[in-house]
Write a new protein. Sequence first.
Length: 320
Amino acid sequence: MKIIRSLQTSKKFTKDSVLIIGNLDGVHKGHQTIIKSAKKIAVKNNTYLGVLIFHPHPRAYFTKKNNFLITQLDQRIEILKKQDVDYVIVMKFDKKISSMTPKNFCDKILKNGIQMNHIFVGSNFKFGKSRSGDYKYLNSYGKKNNFKLTPIKLIKTSANLAKKTNCKIYSSTNVRKLISAGKPKHAKNLLGRSFVVESKVEKGDQRGRTIKVPTANLNIDNYVKPKKGVYAVEVEINRTNIKKKKYLGIANFGIRPTFNKKKAVLEVHIFNFNLNIYNSKVKVTFVDFLRDEKKFSGIEMLKRQVKSDILKAKKILSKL
């Protein structure tokens, strides 16, 4: 899969291609269905399928916060590669792009830049200065400039899944709600895979070692926040001197009220593991929610609870 950051050298991939416009956060099952539909057309027309992603996410650009993302850009690209997408355009979303008129955007970026012949885009898509461009405008422009537009429709979940998750459609918003509600298994039903965070291990206050449960501290401020509490997790460590495999463990996301902390951190304890992994990039997969975060009256009570959490997590993880 080709990653394109400049349209000036991209024509051999993008000309006459099929293009999906959208940030596709999470690349959930709804997105995957759309990708399959677009791929069929690309194959039929003997051309490439691409995705146009704005980075940073426009919402993050305007609010200066990106604490709502299900997937970081590199994760999204990796998932799209597995979905048989031929190219991804990562377009820098900045003042220049956000202040373009709809016509200017269509002329410069689409017609003269990408030069696709078919676009898939949400019917609620807004673009250009003050979000003044919309699907209707783009459709009209396409008719005049020889490219077709297909509206991306909301994909409904099955009756059984809707009942189980209380989500009637596949959407990034619904996935975020499930993650924030401490329902990683339900989020997996919508995503088609588990919710995963990636971050570097930071030095903490090493209190875990005092109760013989050492933890790796991760800052996950760039992600949608999971519900505060304890989870059964899988862990992958990206370090040359450590064997590449999925380790099992538990993780606590929260403010650690027993120690009167205020900042929310993800603390991960890996079972049967004692190597130094500070500054290593770690991937944590949320498997299941065990319990809410709570304040304990003392260290002994905390130790007893953690022992119970570990046993519960091991039982859940043994069934994977």
